[in-house]
Design a protein around this ligand. Sequence first.
Ligand code: ZN
Length: 180
Amino acid sequence: MTLKQIITLPDPFLRITAKPVNRVTRGIKKLLNDMLETMYDANGIGLASTQIKDDRRLIVMDCGKLNERYNENEERELDPNPIKMINPVLMFQSSDLVEREEGCLSIPGHQGKVKRPKLVKVSYIDENEVKKEFDADGLLATCIQHEIDHLNGVLFIDYLSRLKKDMIMKKVTKEYNNTR
Ligand code: ZN
């Protein structure tokens, strides 16, 4: 496996619209594995292809899966739950919204509250070229929407107030220029 470099704002590649995948090649399977590895290495719960400068519609996520074990504090433990999606499409988004604090591996150090549909249905092709579909809620629903947004060049800061967005853009642009 190969760790990929995650690009950060204001890299213009984050604003492209990624293209649909026609055939699931070995190269794509390898890239999905590399993306998962890169995401885990960066302590993220989701990563989209555009964040590693690839223009095909691919996302990976791991929001964990509840298991039946309880620890001493009676808190549920999470098992790993890696998900790889090719050409993901939202088939349904509830009118019910939920607000959650979001961050992004491409906008390190910044968070913001974003309101999104609470429930979604997503359809996609898996790495074996099988068409799949499932309903999601909670953190996974937010994550799926955040990652599909990336494939359309949309970032979570686009949902913030103009003031907050401008403030973040100003900071990241200054940092970006300082490292060049
Ligand atoms: Zn992101």
